[in-house]
Design a protein around this ligand. Structure first.
Ligand code: PLP
Length: 344
């Protein structure tokens, strides 16, 4: 059966050049700072994002955890979106592992946190309150239709943070999707950020890995935090080698994923029993609602799965489809055919 797997862009398989680079990688013990391939990747990311230094970690979750634990001590507070990946999908790790208190602000449908809501969430000096240390933004915003947050907004949050002596962390798991969608350099989007997570293992198709970047002092402290979280990986140049290919060969083609996502959204808008506004789709993430009585997201996903089309239920009637390197324009045509047949 023909399979089109749209559950996530994390499903991407490493490309042939990645496999080649991995087998040929020069490696050393990265905990000793002696893996030349990891060092090369870290320098590459730092330079590309306009930061002084960077740190290779196993996952986006660890990148966010390391960053938050480096900025904050126990009892400190982080302001973040109520729809953010960190708040929704990372097991409350910031409190469980970091003793850090989350203070949520409602994400707007475009993924932004309104400036006046952020400002209202900042604690003033009072013996009863935790101390606000950090503001976290997510760009693109996964649960908010994969929306890219523009440079002007990113800068304005940075300025607000500085006014109050706070730091900014950007969960840029899909930062390059945002940069491509907005037609700007990724470094522009994070110019005001004190730390940034980028993931290599999503649309960029590497098998494993994320990179945190920031200034030198931040990264050297983050390196200690990575170690205590079990993220010191020894000959991890094998993995970093794939990430180098991601950054050199896989960024510009993200545009194809965005075109395919838009095509999928426009097609789904014409299918009876679904609700979606294609204009909400700006990058590679497509959310839609199942609207027919008795057809829950679970039932629809299972029925489509039986026909080889894999999508992810993310709520009682909400589903997600994500385009990526292994999904072609022809796959989108086929997917739309199957949707029409299933919901006829
Ligand atoms: C926005 C965002 N941040 C962080 C992560 C976590 O990445 P990982 O699955 O590598 O831990 C994800 C994963 O999908 C994500 O979408």
């Amino acid at each position: 059966m023909r399979i089109v797997d749209l559950r996530s862009d994390t499903l991407t398989q490493p490309t042939p050049p990645m496999r080649q680079a991995m087998s040929a990688a020069n490696v050393g013990d990265d905990v000793f700072g002696e893996d030349p391939t990891v060092n090369f990747l870290e320098e590459m990311v730092a330079k590309r994002l306009g930061k002084e230094a960077a740190l290779f970690v196993p996952s986006g979750t660890m990148a966010n955890m390391v960053s938050q634990m480096t900025h904050c001590g126990g009892g400190d507070e982080v302001i973040l979106g109520d729809q953010s990946h960190i708040f929704f999908y990372e097991q409350g790790g910031l409190s469980a592992l970091g003793g850090i208190h989350p203070h949520t602000v409602a994400n707007q449908p475009d993924g932004k946190l309104p400036l006046h809501h952020i400002e209202a969430a900042i604690r003033h000096d009072d013996i009863h309150f935790p101390i606000t240390r950090l503001i976290v933004l997510e760009n693109t915003h996964n649960r908010c239709n994969g929306s890219p947050l523009d440079a002007a907004y990113m800068h304005s949050v940075g300025k607000l943070a500085r006014r109050y002596g706070l730091k900014v962390h950007v969960d840029g798991a899909r930062l390059f999707n945002a940069a491509i969608a907005l037609g700007v350099e990724a470094r522009e989007l994070v110019a005001e950020a004190d730390s940034v997570n980028i993931c290599l293992s999503k649309g960029l198709a590497a098998p494993v890995g994320s990179v945190v970047s920031g200034n030198r002092a931040f990264i050297s402290k983050a390196r200690r935090v990575r170690k205590v979280l079990g993220g010191g990986m020894r000959q991890s140049g094998i993995l970093a080698a794939a990430g180098i290919v991601s950054l050199t060969e896989m960024v510009d083609r993200l545009e194809d994923d965005h075109v395919n996502a838009r095509k999928l959204a426009e097609g789904l808008a014409d299918v009876n029993g679904l609700s979606i506004d294609p204009d909400d789709v700006k990058t590679n993430i497509v959310y839609f609602q199942a609207t027919r009585k008795g057809i829950t997201s679970q039932i629809l996903a299972e029925t489509l799965g039986g026909q080889g089309i894999r999508v992810l239920p993310t709520g009682p009637d909400r589903l997600r489809a994500v385009t990526h390197y292994q999904v072609t324009s022809d796959d989108i045509d086929y997917t739309l055919d199957v949707f029409s047949r299933v919901l006829k």
